[in-house]
Ligand binder design. Sequence first.
Ligand SMILES: Cc1ncc(COP(=O)(O)O)c(C=O)c1O
Length: 393
Amino acid sequence: MIASVLPTYTRAPLAFVRGEGSWLWTADGSRYLDLGAGIAVNALGHAAPELVATLTEQAGKLWHVSNLYRIPEQERLADMLVAQTFADTVFFTNSGTEACELAVKMVRKHFYEKGQPERTEILTFSGAFHGRSSAAIAAAGTEKMVKGFGPLLPGFVHLPWGDLDAVKAAVTETTAAILIEPIQGEGGIRPAPEGFLKALREICDATGTLLVFDEVQCGVARTGKLFAHEWAGVAPDVMMVAKGIGGGFPLGAVLATEDAASGMIAGTHGSTYGGNPLGCAIGAKMIEIVTAPGFLDEVSRKAGFLRQRLEGLVAAHPDLFEEVRGQGLMLGLRCKLPPADLVKAAYAQNLLTVPAADNVLRLLPALTISEDDMAEAVRRLDAAATALETQPA
Ligand SMILES: Cc1ncc(COP(=O)(O)O)c(C=O)c1O
């Protein structure tokens, strides 16, 4: 008999009832060190006091009014994002997938309104993940995600990751946009090769193509910059954001330049819940916290500490690990065994990690994790690795 919850997930036999910072507790009182942070969502850890205060204060005032009216909390968060980024305008969603949907619509509408309706194609890359809607699975094109769900939304061209020649050959008069994660998350913590984003920007500038960054996983301070693309010194025309911006509350956004967004006039897009006062109050608190002086430097300092410890772990277990990769607190351990084995062995050490493609174990801790907790996490990973090495074949 089918489970009452549609069985689309492979879940660990763990259920948590309480969280604080980088720790989670099960009902029987067992404590787990969380290096997944809800897959890069709980950027300030669990039950962050500032977010709890903002949530409860706003909950006592106003949750939802619909976008029939002006929403001051939404306007405030949009103003903050515009002030801090390349963007001139923002649309709020409830998830990364919805941000992907709008990004796709926006770039196509841009060219339609400019009298180039033939420019509908969007170039994407192998290993990409943009969500699970029909557009997002068509964009990524991974067999596992699309099989059985056709006919797929047409207009996506899939290119090998990091292959500049392939991009140059694929940009034609029907190309609307290039869509890329500056650091692939689900694809295995794969940063774009050095100089790649800059080269994409140049191609886009030369051909009038729009550049879309998916910063759903790598954005909002995770890499030690507010957005990961800042490391490359280039800006997109459109950017998808979610996960960390809500710190655990479902919130996403599409940021865009005025030109890229020029087709999105009244009536062209909407959302019942997107941009509600509750989510936007929390989003504004998140942005206020991560842009406060010193926050990003502290993320980079913590990242340096964790990375150094992980390099030591790789050196200590050369039969299990290949390398550490990623940026800031978006780190991956490339494994020589299925990462799911390691995730399982880590559960036995009361440590939570996340598997990814390309044989990578993902480490996405709260950006506020303490040095002690990072050191403890690496000790537990070491114990998990040792257990795997010494278990009978
Ligand atoms: C890069 C990227 N884009 C889009 C998504 C989809 O976001 P959501 O699950 O909030 O719909 C994800 C989720 O993991 C992601 O990592």
